[in-house]
Design a protein around this ligand. Structure first.
Ligand code: C2E
Ligand code: MG
Ligand code: MG
Ligand code: MG
Length: 269
């Protein structure tokens, strides 16, 4: 039967489980708290037209630190905010900080766009869109300078998605499919969405000059952008050879990556 030793062991296992549960539960709490305390900051990464190396915009990327000031990777805190249902709060802060910090460039004479990442629930949230409209008009920014990015994975056929994208476009914003090539979207479906551009995921940029099979996908993605008649941004451009190849395949392409600049605070842009 279960002796004293067994009971002690069971007790220890129980305590370990409780402790582990407490540690795991604290990350979403830390994230929620950090956001509400205003510890969310923004980094901006240049978008560079490959033909003349001119900066034609930036992508706004959220940054957050934990209670000890250590950075939490965006992939992680965004996923948790989505799962726990407070991504809308994050996106509001992102909109507010980004439009305020980029206002000078967004209201200047030179062509300059800002890309903001949305979760699919953001896109379907009327109040968030109303908030965006309010901020854009309060700051005197043209909606045409604001590009909403949505990852291809989250475009999986959703009844209301097309309607939401159409609303966005009607109000003058631009719409890009992010991480293109990593989802399983049906091209016929994508072709019916009023998209302005696609962002080729960095895994394909990395493949340039490497394995023939994955390198061929780069040609296919460029051909897709051409046939949909949309803009193309290549993510993760680290090597000059990658930029050269993409320029060859798509002369109007824009690049984003360490070759041109890492994400930095507004004042370092
Ligand atoms: P993403 O939207 O695809 O953003 C591009 C990611 O690639 C960024 O990672 C950027 O730092 C990274 N990157 C850019 N150039 C290079 C390069 O040359 N080499 C390599 N290895 N990486 C490069 P980051 O900032 O860690 O963000 C990760 C993801 O988190 C984003 O991927 C986006 O999906 C999400 N995210 C970030 N900020 C926000 C936000 O404000 N809202 C939402 N919903 N998602 C966000
Ligand atoms: Mg993005
Ligand atoms: Mg991306
Ligand atoms: Mg990506």
């Amino acid at each position: 039967g279960i002796g004293a030793a067994g009971a002690v062991t069971a007790g220890c296992v129980g305590m370990v489980l409780v402790q582990r549960r407490r540690v795991l539960a604290s990350l979403p709490q830390q994230i929620r708290r950090a956001v509400s305390l205003g510890r969310l900051t923004m980094a901006y990464q240049p978008l560079v037209r490959l033909s003349d190396r001119r900066m034609v915009g930036v992508e706004a990327l959220a940054r957050l630190t934990d209670d000890r000031g250590r950075p939490i990777p965006p992939d992680i805190f965004i996923a948790i905010a989505e799962e726990k249902g407070f991504i809308g709060v994050v996106t509001r802060k992102v909109i507010s900080l980004t439009l305020t910090q980029m206002r000078g460039r967004l209201t200047g004479d030179e062509a300059f766009d800002v890309h903001i990442n949305f979760a699919v629930t953001d896109l379907l949230d009327d109040r968030l869109l109303t908030y965006l409209d309010g901020e854009v008009s309060r700051l005197g920014i043209s909606p045409a300078r604001v590009v909403i990015e949505l990852t291809e994975r989250s475009t999986a056929e959703h009844d209301r998605l097309r309607e939401a994208v159409e609303t966005l476009r009607r109000r003058g914003y631009k719409f890009f499919i992010d991480d293109f090539g990593t989802g399983y979207s049906n091209l016929a479906y994508l072709a019916r969405l009023p998209i302005n551009g696609i962002k080729m995921d960095k895994m394909f940029t990395k493949a340039i000059g490497k394995a023939a099979a994955s390198s061929a996908i780069v040609d296919t993605i460029c051909a897709t952008a051409r046939s949909l008649n949309v803009e193309l941004v290549a993510e993760g451009v680290e090597e000059p050879e990658q930029a050269a190849r993409i320029l060859e395949l798509f002369p109007r392409a824009v690049g984003q990556g360490w070759l041109f600049g890492k994400p930095v605070p507004a004042e370092h842009l």
